[in-house]
Design a protein around this ligand. Sequence first.
Ligand SMILES: Cc1ncc(COP(=O)(O)O)c(C=O)c1O
Length: 399
Amino acid sequence: MHLSERARSIQESAIRKLDAAVNAARDVHFYKLNIGQPDVGTPQPVLDALAHADSPVLAYGPASGLMACRAAAARWHSRVSPGIGPEHVVVTQGGSEALLFAMVALCDPGDKILVPEPYYTNYNGFATVAAAQVVPVPTRLEDGWDLPPDAELDKLVTPNTRIFLFANPGNPTGAVYGADTLRRVAAWARRHGLWLVADEVYRSIWFQSPPMSALELEDHRDHVIVIDSTSKTFSSCGLRIGFLISRNLALMERVERLGQARLGPQPRAQHAAIAALSLPESFYLGVRETYRLRVDTMMEGLALLPGVAFHRPAGAFYTIARLPVSDTEVFARFLVEEFRATDRGPAESLVVAPGPGFYADPRKGRDQIRLAAVKEESVMRRGIEILGQGIAAFNARGL
Ligand SMILES: Cc1ncc(COP(=O)(O)O)c(C=O)c1O
């Protein structure tokens, strides 16, 4: 039977590629630093709201989300960008669906989306479903993953480029773009008639100074879309609640229609999201402190490994590390299938995300891995230790 070109070409999640081998391995404990699934407890008010049924029927909710949830998200964003109202917010099933809606709303088949590379690997999947294409904007570890100058960006634009999409703070780099960079890119995008889609699902997780939201770019209000999510900030990845936010009401009307086609996001989950968005400011201090400690532990561990280069994340909880190995795809599989650290007794090993999954061209990033500082410090410390042992064993084998 026929399968569509999109179904045939959609990529396997680069981050979950090793799952089958991990599940098949016996008698080994894995330190899983490959996915952004924190082990931080979900805040109690969120769990309580989820458990509380206020109706005997689990009914549909409105396509764009419950008004109370849209209003709660609007209030949350109004703290940095006054004037955001519920009409500027659509509730989605995770930031993932918000990204998909943005791409479908803005791209015709064959249209192009510029994305700083390395980038969150699922952008490829959303683009495939939207029949659009990701065009990478190269950035480098040596430059702290900074964006190239306008003249370089100009070269990447074609008549069917529609979007400049970026994550700020970045996954997988942990880079945060400063206000000057955001303003420059917004002005550049506007000159080229491009939409600016800012994926801000990690905006509350920062270690130096708070990242500016693209919603603060008042001069560019009509061509900015922000993607937000309850997943990481509130350790609620399974809640599947995200937000698409824009002041462009013509766009929001179309996004409402996209939402109608899939009916509404889960009302109970939205009540839990309202509880999350109502947490006090002190909650965010705690979140940042939790991840700062984990990131610090990861940095200290990596600094002890000879030949490993990395950049300290300014936000989110990831870093790309450049390793002295021939091929990180082979190395990551070696860790899962062969290498066993036994210096503490029971066999242990590590799961990492190989670099190529974060590049449009899988020949790139072969000397890189992404690490997620999502586990408590003792786990991070031991995980990075095993990384060092694994590198030595891999190179000793001449693989
Ligand atoms: C940069 C980025 N954007 C979006 C998402 C999607 O998040 P969710 O659909 O859980 O809100 C993730 C998840 O890891 C991410 O890292």
